[in-house]
Ligand binder design. Structure first.
Ligand code: GLN
Length: 314
């Protein structure tokens, strides 16, 4: 008779292999982002997945160790640190927790419907949470915290990506100045967007994202040392916001089809915090119209179904 943990490991391996094949084929359906010129250099056919559980041995396939920029996935870390430094009440007096239904970089409703950004997972919201950290934490602090959360000491700043985003990030600057003009942002908008651009330009791998996913899935504790990296009531908030807002204006469909708290970035990464606890990290820079990785979405749709990872599966 097989031990139950062996069977589970085999289930994981099978779901990973099938998800990988489905995802790799789906990369042909997407296009690499080019609005940040440096992103356009990515290989559209690249694809990798990594799954990490409490055994500590990641199961990985394809380009799981290729470095790419974290982009919007850094919004999760910025929110975690804003909650830690400023607390829940103050953080949510600067940003709401409602899905926006608009594109990630939209400025529209911010001016017409509300002064506060809709949620911390769109650019306006993340720029506001970043502003809560300016003057309190340095970029070096944020880098050190990101390395611990991703269980990856090798994460560093991709300076070419940062320069590219710094030179072209005018819409993000506009968002910063709009928030400042409304009195919502207290910090300096230039310093704020600079920190935001740096965080977007941290280079991670699918494996690092599996690490971050596992920490979130594990209630904020480092699964191997037991150290608390994010307090558990903050993890509850973060995962709820990832479920409703993590995949931009595809969040509703993703919630129905995949149903795992996840966050994507235009670099092609997706981090997933799944039941088990399991952390799943994916990389595929060919994106769909929403800015989500085509390969990763297709792969996760399969993996969630195969392993019954939807939060409402029973
Ligand atoms: N750095 C990107 C931007 O601000 C991040 C957006 C994303 O990943 N969706 O435009």
């Amino acid at each position: 008779m097989q031990k139950p943990e062996q069977t589970r490991r085999e289930q994981l391996r099978l779901a990973l292999t099938q998800g990988y094949e489905i995802g790799r084929r789906a990369t042909a359906l997407g296009r690499v982002a080019d609005y940040i010129p440096e992103l356009a250099k990515a290989d559209p056919g690249a694809f990798g997945i990594s799954i990490l559980d409490l055994s500590g041995e990641a199961l990985s396939l394809g380009d799981a160790e290729v470095r790419f920029s974290m982009q919007s996935i850094s919004k999760v870390i910025l929110l975690a640190l804003a909650l830690q430094r400023r607390g829940e009440t103050e953080t949510f007096s600067h940003v709401m927790m409602e899905p926006s239904g608009d594109a990630f970089n939209s400025i529209l409703k911010l001016d017409t419907r509300s002064n506060l950004p809709f949620n911390p997972m769109i650019n306006a919201g993340a720029i506001e949470t970043t502003s809560l950290l300016v003057g309190d934490v340095t970029f070096a602090d944020l880098l050190a915290y990101t390395r611990r959360l991703c269980l990856d000491p090798d994460i560093s700043l991709d300076t070419a990506m940062y320069n590219s985003e710094f030179q072209t990030g005018h819409r993000n600057r506009a968002i910063g100045y709009l928030l400042k003009s409304k009195g919502v942002m207290e910090a300096d908008p230039e310093q704020t967007v600079d920190l935001y651009f740096r965080m977007c330009s941290l280079s991670v791998t699918a494996k690092s994202l599996a690490g971050l996913g596992l920490v979130l899935a594990n209630g904020g504790k480092d699964p191997f040392t037991g150290e608390s990296l994010i307090q558990s009531d903050h993890v509850r908030i973060i995962k709820s916001i990832l479920f409703t807002c993590g995949m931009y204006d595809y969040s509703g469909q993703y919630g129905v089809r995949v149903g795992v708290p996840s966050k994507s970035g235009v670099g092609g990464g997706i981090v997933c915090a799944a039941k088990g606890p399991l952390g799943i990290g994916l990389y595929g820079p060919a994106l769909d119209a929403f800015g989500n990785s085509c390969g990763a979405i297709h792969a996760m749709t399969h993996i969630s179904r195969a392993l019954r990872l939807h939060v409402f599966d029973y």
